[in-house]
Ligand binder design. Structure first.
Ligand SMILES: Nc1nc(=O)c2c([nH]1)NC[C@@H]1CN(c3ccc(C(=O)N[C@@H](CCC(=O)O)C(=O)O)cc3)CN21
Ligand SMILES: CC(C)C(=O)C(=O)O
Ligand SMILES: [Mg+2]
Length: 284
């Protein structure tokens, strides 16, 4: 699909699973980042509620509002030509009722021009998912470690580590597929569990901390580029340490200003000799 020039569609993602070609997804929260992810040929861009701890300075994702998600999702969709854009429904935008879920999913589509929404949960959110899809909005599922249930789960813990809970994850995946989701995020589940789920679903699975047998992978932008504040989860991989480069740039700028090396002539505006002359006479 990296060769596809047209906008990536949900049907393209299903075809990638059928062709056994991995789907690449990454989070992005702003215009310049989305431009680069799109140019790199990333298939799916997730405007994650992980914006909370990575960009907005919150400790977790629970404080993220619909307004924040909409303005950042709009920036991402304006920058993107090819990638499919998924808006992550924030805490309490879908939990209270099917009506809330449809109205807020609709806001993502109408006000932020995303292509689909994602929400966390299994059987507990089946009716939410059905209601959103009935409104004509594609839904991506998300099970395993669901960060909006951080407290209920007792922290950011790997899920499905015993045969009983592994089987429950598989059954939830099947129920979500029946409800009509087009893809499913599996977060922090043992690789053999993700493999079993992936083999039994017709829709693609996209793993984060779910091993190599998923149909696709997703990572958080700040983890890839060494910009996350906390220690990385075991599953995250830092490809480039941008923080090192950004810190160096800030220091160089600071030194230049303090030593009056910046701004120099090249970065200043001049006045023509005649106008300068007139100006100086007027001043005296
Ligand atoms: N920068 C960033 N990366 C993420 O992957 C991410 C976010 N932010 N914010 C929202 C959630 C939170 N996530 C997390 C956060 C911590 C762990 C973590 O520390 N996990 C332990 C597993 C402990 C166990 O064995 O059960 C680890 O050591 O990896 C996992 C996922 C994933 N998401
Ligand atoms: C980690 C991904 C799947 C996510 O939900 C997020 O970034 O918010
Ligand atoms: Mg999320």
């Amino acid at each position: 699909m990296s060769s596809t020039l047209h906008k990536v569609t949900i049907q393209d993602l299903i075809r990638l699973k059928q062709k056994d070609e991995p789907i690449v997804m990454v989070t992005a929260y702003d215009y310049p980042t989305a431009l680069l992810a799109d140019r790199a040929g990333i298939d799916v861009i997730l405007v994650g509620d992980s914006i909370g701890n990575n960009v907005l300075g919150y400790e977790h994702t629970l404080q993220v509002s619909m307004d924040e998600m909409i303005s950042h999702s709009r920036a991402v969709s304006k920058a993107t030509e090819r990638a499919l854009i998924v808006g992550d429904m924030p805490y309490m935008s879908y939990q209270p009722s099917d009506r809330d879920a449809v109205l807020n999913a609709g806001a993502f589509m109408r006000d932020a021009e995303v292509d689909a929404v994602k929400l966390e949960g299994g059987t507990a959110v089946l009716s939410r998912i059905k209601a959103i899809i009935a409104a004509g909005i594609p839904v991506m599922g998300h099970i395993g470690l669901t960060p909006q249930s951080f407290s209920l789960l007792g922290g950011y813990r790997v899920q499905g580590r015993d045969s009983g809970s592994a089987l429950r994850l598989l059954n939830e995946a099947l129920a979500l597929q029946d409800a009509g989701i087009f893809a499913l995020v599996l977060e922090a589940v043992p690789a053999p569990v993700a493999k079993a789920i992936t083999e039994r679903l017709e829709i693609p699975t996209i793993g984060i901390g779910a091993g190599p047998y998923c149909d696709g992978q997703v990572l958080v932008f700040h983890d890839i580029f060494g910009l996350s504040q906390r220690s990385l989860p075991k599953f995250a991989k830092r490809y480039v340490d941008l923080s090192k480069h950004i810190l160096k740039g800030f220091c160089m700028y600071k030194e230049d200003v303090k030593s009056r090396k910046f701004p120099d002539e090249e970065h200043s505006y001049s006045l023509s000799p005649e106008e300068l002359n007139k100006f100086q006479q007027a001043l005296s």
